[in-house]
Design a protein around this ligand. Structure first.
Ligand code: GLU
Length: 315
């Protein structure tokens, strides 16, 4: 898919250009261990990945899973939105074949480049029979993460990826792979979508902060979205003035999901905010960016708020 793992040095500067090298140039020599074939779905910085790219990728992955000719699938991807593509695939791809996303925090020409090590580790996980049936995994820095929890939590550094709620699900050392716990439940699985219906695609993320001007919330509502995810302060919170705008939107049919900008932990119903009275949903453990993906997909299935809320619960 591109990213730093497929980067080349920028001409005349210290930087680099992500998403340049074709997959054929990235495949490691794993003769005597694995047979690896590469396929280019797109080649871009992941900040530019689109829904169309997601669906093209999901389609190819599902095709390979259904064809039963592969033991595992690795997707190389830019790290900026890697967690979003991983979670999207986790919700739409069906099957037992391991699907593993990986990337690089440093380009291949940098000292301490991590791309090839990550790719080999991802191949080891994808080839591991015990990775089957675990949904989509992300492998970075010798750790395996579940798609729902993994986040890029630092702008630089090979340790940038973490699972802030439940920790890494597994580890990789060379060709050895192990898992710490059973796969987490995935309450929503969506099949048969080849694109997002227009109304479901319109889910916005509103970022809260001290003294957020309620007219910003009003401007979001005026865009006539089907959903708004509040990246709230603390336990998914915002000022009464902002919540009043969102309550009004909920009453007029917009699905409002309270998530948290804190980076970890649950947003729980009806603690400081009367979610029942206001018609709000909560994101539970999902980050705002993942709550948005889940809501977009769930809205293709139902508008029933109780059913939508259950899609966010892990138990
Ligand atoms: N912004 C680029 C991307 O996400 C490069 C960052 C990276 O891959 O680490 O693809």
């Amino acid at each position: 898919m591109g990213g730093t793992i497929a980067a080349t040095a920028a001409r005349g500067g210290a930087g680099y250009v992500a998403g340049v090298l074709p997959i054929s140039r990235l495949l490691p020599d794993v003769q005597g261990w694995l047979r690896v074939d590469g396929e280019q779905v797109c080649n871009t910085g992941s900040q530019a990945v689109t829904y169309a790219d997601w669906f093209r990728l999901a389609d190819r992955v599902q095709h390979l899973v259904d064809g039963a000719a592969v033991d595992g699938i690795v997707v190389t991807h830019g790290t900026d939105t890697l967690e979003e593509t991983a979670y999207f695939l986790d919700l739409v791809v069906h099957g037992e074949v391991p699907v593993v996303l990986t990337g690089a925090m440093r380009p291949a020409h940098a000292a301490g480049a991590d791309g090839m090590a990550n790719l080999r580790a991802a191949l080891a996980v994808a080839a591991a029979p015990r990775a089957a049936g675990r949904g989509v995994l992300v492998v970075m820095n010798e750790q395996a993460h579940e798609a729902w929890d993994v986040q890029k939590m630092a702008t630089t550094g090979v340790h940038a990826f973490a699972s802030p709620n439940c920790g890494p699900v597994g580890w990789v050392r060379g060709r050895d792979v192990g898992f710490f716990h059973a796969p987490s439940p995935r309450p929503l699985r969506v099949a048969g979508l080849s694109t997002l219906p227009a109304q479901a695609a319109r889910v916005l993320v509103l970022y809260a902060h001290g003294d957020l001007d309620p007219s910003v919330a009003r401007a979001f509502v005026d865009l006539a979205p089907d959903g708004i995810v509040l990246a709230g302060v603390g336990d998914g919170n915002a000022s009464e003035e902002v919540l009043a705008v969102l309550s009004e939107a909920a009453a007029s049919g917009v699905t409002i999901v309270r998530a948290s900008r804190t980076g970890s932990g649950r947003v729980i119903r009806n603690v400081e905010i009367d979610d029942d009275g206001r018609g709000f949903l909560v994101a539970n453990y999902l980050s705002p960016q993942k709550a948005r993906i889940l809501l977009m997909l769930a809205l293709t299935q139902t508008r029933d708020r109780a059913v939508l809320q259950r899609c966010f619960m892990l138990d």
